[in-house]
Design a protein around this ligand. Structure first.
Ligand SMILES: Nc1ncnc2c1ncn2[C@@H]1O[C@H](COP(=O)(O)OP(=O)(O)OP(=O)(O)O)[C@@H](O)[C@H]1O
Ligand SMILES: [Mg+2]
Length: 246
């Protein structure tokens, strides 16, 4: 555990009507405490998870389009709108880690290719030994996780499941478990995956129009909908499609 809390600096806010303060969960934020090695952000599309994660990445000094501390490359929309409006409390303070953003991972892979071209000794060290562009989406994600993650670090991951098959999501859970139990890693993960959310002893923060609240795994929509769907698929689908028949 390194990052203990994030606090919204309300006094700095001048306009509550526009993004990012137009988002109820962000506007209502006070202090969010991180008490576990793994924290999840869940909530509907557009509820503000990425906005907060990106702001945390900004304050960590990570590239807000994805990357770590020493990764510089240009990509559109890499400013963190909320970044200057939050304060992080650390104990102890660390600077290592990584911010994964599924949507700009392609640019990150291109940036690594450029590094490899400029410096043959780079050799994709820390990234599985070959260009991430030469690996499938899921392979490249897992390469990054397996090779780049490790040692002391804070890992901010925005929908890491986007590329991962169910079996690879389980492999990823194992990796998280190893790193967290080693005592050197903290994860904050925005996710829609009912598999990832099942990580034991994780804190789950749910974002909605009432703000951000801690929820139990079994009380998340992800768990309930998936369970209902798998337990009684035919009935679930019949209910879902019923109105269409009239
Ligand atoms: N740069 C921006 N300018 C204006 N509005 C934005 C900007 N980025 C996001 N928003 C809006 O802010 C809201 C929250 O976006 P955010 O990306 O944080 O949601 P999210 O919880 O991560 O959703 P998802 O689960 O779909 O990834 C959305 O309604 C979105 O349209
Ligand atoms: Mg998002």
């Amino acid at each position: 555990m390194f990052l203990r809390s994030v606090t919204l600096l309300k006094d700095k806010i001048t306009d509550e009507e526009t993004y990012p303060f137009s988002i109820p969960a962000i506007r209502g934020l006070d202090t969010l405490d991180f008490v576990n090695g793994v924290t999840f952000f869940v909530g509907e599309n557009g509820s503000g998870k990425s906005t907060l994660l990106e702001a945390i990445a900004y304050q960590c000094g990570f590239h807000t389009a994805g990357g770590g501390k020493n990764n510089y490359y240009n990509v559109d929309s890499s400013q963190a709108a909320l970044g200057e409006y939050i304060r992080l409390s650390w104990l102890p303070k660390i600077t290592q880690g990584f911010f994964l953003r599924a949507e700009s991972f392609y640019h990150f892979a291109t940036y690594l290719d450029r590094l490899a071209k400029d410096d043959p000794s780079f050799n994709y060290r820390g990234y599985g030994g070959r260009s991430l562009h030469e690996q499938s989406h899921g392979e490249s994600f897992l390469s990054l996780f397996l090779n780049r993650f490790g040692g002391k670090g804070i890992y901010l991951l925005d929908e890491p499941e986007a590329a991962l098959s169910p079996a690879r999501q389980l492999a990823f859970l194992r990796l998280i478990h190893q790193l967290v139990n080693g005592g050197n890693a903290q994860f904050i993960i925005a996710t829609h995956s009912p598999i990832l959310l099942g990580y034991p002893d994780a804190k789950i923060f749910s974002f909605d129009s009432d703000g951000i609240e801690s929820v139990r795994y079994e009380d998340t929509e992800h768990y309930q909908i998936t369970k209902g769907f798998l337990n009684r698929t035919e009935k679930f689908l019949a209910d879902l499609f019923r109105d269409e028949e009239n």
